[in-house]
Write a new protein. Structure first.
Length: 387
């Protein structure tokens, strides 16, 4: 990927990197994957440089008070993105510092709806083929979110992107698709290792931490959406999520304090890992709130920011299920929404409650608000299906 040369390009890449680094950091921690944790460290360095360049550009571009006020919102959002990057680095460091999370806890989290995997193109399997030719998503359920080629990155590649030998492919998808995805990229057979769920002492912590992970990712996506649409209602949703995150972090801390007596020696280190994961998740939701606060305070944003977000590879869309829609009363899995549209449903708002990362068994109802993420073409297909 070529280096960004304009403020708009830097802002676009800032959004892409902040979303990618968050995905990778949680996956590194939850699946104890050092290679992915190292990718997080590289991206954190890249984000630091991007934010530095954005600050310089903002200062040079603010030639009068009006321009300075608009740029203040851009800087607030950039600084929040930097906090997300730093918090992601803290999560990845849990792995790099060899801090083991409780095995029962990690076993619970392997049942997450989606996970991140990283594979190297080898043995001529995916080499010199485009993602469209390979049909990875329809055949494995995995969507390629980034490719590292040498020292350069290709974020959210499209179907025309051709894989080259030694490319590092990072993708997101269901656990049951790992085996097929691995074979298509590397040409090798594997048997994925899944830790079983233990209903013991860390089970409750697993539920709390998974909810914190879901909220931090959703809050970040909604914050960018609120900025793009300059929508106060979505910003209020981010605020509510941030308040819920505070409550969950308190619950996690209380669980750790009560459970400490059950752990001995080196096992206590695993509790410190849980606390670090919780604190970092809370920092991410706080940063998302700082982004949304720009809208809530009515700060007029520089037009270049909306342009930058629109040019990001992934977009976020919010759609209401209409009464006459064919999806009413049907399960998400039966509708094959991801296969038909390429859009990932992150959450469903039903009246005053949220369903985060809805499963294939989740039924859609009239009036549901679907928050999804994907391509512009996918958004059109999903809109037609839902409305």
């Amino acid at each position: 990927m070529k280096e960004p040369t304009s403020v708009k390009e830097r802002l676009t890449e800032m959004k892409d990197v902040s979303e990618l680094i968050l995905d990778l950091s949680y996956s590194a921690a939850l699946f104890d994957h050092k290679a992915i944790a190292e990718e997080v460290s590289r991206l954190e360095d890249k984000m630091d440089q991007l934010i530095y360049e954005i600050r310089i550009s903002a200062i040079l571009g603010a030639r009068n008070r009006d321009a300075a006020e608009k740029m203040s919102g851009v800087l607030q959002i950039a600084e929040a993105a930097e906090k997300i990057s730093n918090a992601s680095g803290d999560i990845a460091n849990i792995v790099l510092e060899d801090i083991e999370l409780p095995p029962e806890f990690k076993g619970y989290l392997t049942k997450a709806e989606e996970l991140i995997t990283k594979k190297k193109v080898s043995n001529g399997s995916g080499e010199n083929k485009s993602l469209g030719e390979l049909k990875l998503e329809s055949r494995t359920g995995f969507r390629v979110i980034a490719i590292r080629r040498g020292e350069n990155w290709i974020y959210n590649p499209n179907k025309k992107t051709v894989l080259e030998k030694n490319d590092i492919v990072i993708a997101r998808g269901p656990f049951e698709g790992v085996k097929d995805f691995h074979k298509m990229i590397t040409g090798e057979e594997i048997e994925p290792d899944v830790e079983s769920i233990d209903s013991g002492r860390s089970y409750k912590a697993g539920e709390i931490a998974m909810e914190m992970k879901n909220i931090s990712e959703l809050a970040t996506d909604l914050a960018y959406s609120a900025i793009l649409l300059y929508n106060e209602e979505i910003s209020q949703e981010v605020k509510q999520l941030e308040e819920e995150m505070d409550s969950l972090n308190n619950k996690l801390e209380m669980w750790v304090l009560r459970s400490a007596k059950q752990y001995e020696g080196d096992e206590l280190d695993s509790l410190s890992g849980l606390l670090r994961l919780g604190r970092a998740s809370e920092v991410v939701s706080d940063a998302a709130m700082e982004m949304a606060d720009v809208v809530l305070r009515g700060i007029e944003l520089h037009p270049i920011l909306a342009l930058a977000i629109r040019e990001s590879k992934d977009i976020i869309t919010r759609l209401e299920v209409k009464e006459e829609s064919e999806v009413v009363g049907k399960k998400i899995g039966d509708l094959s929404i991801k296969t038909k549209t390429g859009m990932h449903i992150m959450a469903v708002r039903r009246k005053n409650s949220w369903i985060y990362n809805p499963s294939a068994r989740t039924e859609l109802e009239k009036g549901d608000i679907i928050i999804s993420k994907g391509t512009r073409e996918g958004e059109k297909r999903l809109k037609k299906l839902v409305t």
